[in-house]
Design a protein around this ligand. Sequence first.
Ligand code: MOS
Length: 772
Amino acid sequence: MDTETQFSDTIPQPGVVGQPLSRVDGWAKVTGQAKYSAEYNRLPGLSYALIVGSDVAKGRVTSIDAGAAQRQPGVLAIFTHQNLPKLAKSPNNPDDRRALASSGMSFFPLESDQVYYAGQPVAVVVADTLEHAQAAAALLRVSIAPEVPVSSYEAKNAELYVPKTIRGYAPGVTKRGEAQAAFASAPVQLTATYVHATTHHNPMEPGATTAHWEAPDRLTVYDTTQGVSETQKTLAAMLGLAQDQVRVITKYLGGGFGCKAWVWPHVVLAPLLAKAVGRPVKLVLTRPQQFTGMGLREEQTQTLKLGATREGKLLALVHEKTSTTSPWEDWAETNGRIINMLYACPTFEGTYRLAHANVMTPTSTRAPGDMPGSFAIECSMDDLAAQLNLDPIQLRLLNYAEVDPTTGHAWSSKSLKECYARGAELFGWNRRNPKAGQTREGHLLVGYGMATASYPVHGSQGTARVRLYADGHAVVQAGATDLGTGTYTINTQVAADALGLPMQNIRFELGDTNLPTTQWSGGSTAAGRVSSSVYLACQEVWQKLLKVAVIDKKSPLYGAKPEDVAVEKGRLQLKANPAKGEGYADIMQRASLSDVEGSALGKYGAGYEAPKATANANMNKKEDAAPHSMHAFGAHFCEVHVDPELGTVRVTRWVSVMSAGRILNPKTARSQVIGGSIFGIGAALMEQTVRDPHLARYTNATLADYHVCTNADIPNMTVDFIDEHDPYVNAMGVKGIGEISIVGVTAAVANAVYHATGKRVRSLPMTPARVL
Ligand code: MOS
């Protein structure tokens, strides 16, 4: 079916879409029935692999004594660079990298004696039990001749450079207009430098892969991945298999935050070892290994120069970011993106500076780029407001971007003004004393801060399949993953409404490469893409039933024109005369159809008005081909109490208002926003991984020493959504809510700290020593 022309906005209201329903997978989780990737324990002969990491950040393996380890009971194999089976395609081979686009790094360990980062696997032990593997690993002697490592871009031996591109696509330098000149002549000039600590994703569930060769050419992998298809493709290439010979299953995830979006060495090692020992192998990263096994958010410094008129109109933004990358690739978060697009500023210049250091490649971490970028722009905007005696919201409205400043395109929809207004009202922003450092509650200083949030609707597409049975049940399938945030639930809701069936009659299946292929749960794309493909697949089911009905003389719809028929609660009926119609079951029974199947592609930019807009655009000009700029927007409001003697900061009130297209489920969406905000408050106040400047090793790679927010750190949070109807982003009009929720959070906290104390803290985390 040509889905781009036939559908319209026909999700029936009121239905279950838009209702604050609890997660359909909730029962399975709280009763322990939900099987995570490390819980497939009944596989015959299951054995356990344990990675042995280098404790040296740079050097060369000079000798390996595996004798004592080898003699331990239960040991099946010990692999090092001397005997690890070869990969068919390796990230170390530049010619292979295209096929391995989802590899977390363009590096694979254990292919040479070189050590490039602390924690790099130098050996891996396989045994019949985890305890036997641990005992053997403890006896393994790997000698490494150490060299002086580069610990970060700040180290004396670091060499800074401006890359041609970062992550292979974003330019190292971006220019829009003459920002340097505009800054130099601006009547108001602000220059500020912002520093971010290294942070780690730390999902509750660590990286884990269980590999089972069911036949020599048939591999099943239970993996903690945000994208089963991407992992399937990468594993097949690395192992020299056809894609269909690898099945990847991820039924549940205990969080991911971006680190599970890529294929890391352990994911490949598990099937490689399983093949070598002839038994299924389970490989789970320990918590310390989680800090050296699946990427990180890189430490970074940003300098932002902001030029404005005396009235507060932006004239220039000049941004420089300096950060650490691995020895192999030019990786950096794209901070410049949000700084370039958030406000109506005529000029922008952004430069990325990198230094290779002895760390693994950083990776996507919840709202990569936009999260730290928003810290710089949103703190600087707060400074500008203070300098000009303007209210922070007033200043933002003064610079409101009515079109996307980077392209000149209209927004597909934008409700940011409504977010500011609603947030201010819920928060009581008008009670804010315009002067900083003036509000007290007892001996505590009280501060109010706010910040803008935005996140793009990224390109993505994928398929879903729906099978409707004559007894009124349906199975809906898409090879998506649920990070724990609601993919199961929202798609069950969409199918229920689209088919007119109760939720409990729908079974939504995901997390398996045997299901229709869809892309990863990353970049906040899954909700919009998967729900759109489900909705369109349901539409195909109606279309098929309609075709059967209109040629069936016994149907009340016999001879009806398709455009005169509507779908309502499991019935097809005439729009003009709803009584004239019948249920699916009747149509199917008369035609002896036990089931009807539909499948469809859900696609970015394919909202129901999109074909018209595209047709109207001048397709000869490349920049008109996508006539709308698609972003979610929002605003965070934060109250802090700061102890002036101790420098401790406590977030005491929080309001987030988001506009992200159709909110499929306000309860799961609210949980996303709360989760993202807490993640951001953690980055603002406590999260940091400390890398020893001499050894380039992490000193706090445990959850005891790496501080994350607990319940006691978080107040009761208020979340609201602006009802937004976007006919362009995708068939369901959903923009996604997973990443925007963290954007602007650190700035909202820092702005509140400034308002409380009169002191601007520009280094994260804002520990008491920095606040005092
Ligand atoms: Mo997200 S950081 O793209 O998983």
